[in-house]
Design a protein around this ligand. Sequence first.
Ligand code: NAP
Length: 339
Amino acid sequence: MAMTILVTGGTGYIGGEVIEQLLARGHSVHTTVRDAAKSEPRLRARWNDAGERLKVFQADLLDDAGWAEANAGCDAVAHVASPFPLATPRDKDELVVPAREGTLRALDFAHRAGITRFVQTSSAAAIAYGQPDKDHFTHLDWTDLTAGVPPYIESKTVAERAARDWVAMHAPGMAFCSINPVAVFGPVHDDDLSTSVAMVKKIIDGSIPLLPDMGICVTDVRDVAEAHVRALEAPAQQVRGERFPTSQKFLWLREMAAIIRQRVPEHAGRVPRRGMPNWLVHMLAPFMDEMKQVRGELGNVRDVSGRHTEEVLGFTFIAAEQTLEDTVRSLAAKGIVTH
Ligand code: NAP
């Protein structure tokens, strides 16, 4: 049955794909943006035939204004908005505060509007960090904050924990669940690149001359969105309290480079062939924020399984090789990278 769903963060990479799939399945969408004057024309241009089925509201994660209006008349919420910057801020609260407060604000306004289905976009960041002796993870694992983790990882872990505590205390009947994606890639719609896709751009445009010895799990934005949509549509008892990691495969950066070379050779001219020695990463880390982040990941396997999500939500993820090919092809088609 067609529903009206609030998707927070409609300007984002994942938020946009969730809206795309919801509209395609006949639902109506309310979405929040921080600056409606700037963002609404962009969203209207992307879904120009949605008409009244798409409504745009201005609301910030750190302010109550606009949230009651955005929730009014909705059946469910997909809370996707959260800061996901390329650079690590000096003050971790720039991420932790909006992630946590924004989630609690979204939950509170949804509850006040009588909404009983809430899907939070969490992250594998809330699953797979702070446990140095582990390299394989599932939906049952939680990041250990006592070990000290980077601010973005902390922000996602704190926000998911806070949401679950809030639901247990204030709305135990709510069908709440989280989607926990690993690094998200796939087709892009404009040049406002998410942090994850910006990494692939750097691999193919020559900004990374040597590949550090690190790996990541890959998931496709279309699968991340499909997990949201299925979690919104499934019977409440199937999703209540669940965690749904989306993750297709763990790949070393050198394997990602090899896949790009093999599947899209016409855009692989600048893809690095050589590895960056670990000593160089350590030497550059004090001066380069990105190298500081890489330093903590050297040689680490952080393999998050998405099997539980495929089984419970009933679909199969797109192969990582296809995702990477589609990422590169769409970056090229939009003119974001050239030969
Ligand atoms: P994105 O494209 O940067 O989108 C982030 C969205 O959050 C944007 O719509 C942004 O709005 C909004 N936002 C940030 N701060 C806000 C604030 N103070 N008030 C209101 N809105 C705010 O990133 P994304 O990749 O789509 O990420 C979306 C969600 O997925 C986040 O929760 C992120 O943690 C999670 N996630 C992403 C990945 C990944 O690899 N991409 C992996 C796991 C989880 P503006 O346009 O106004 O900035």
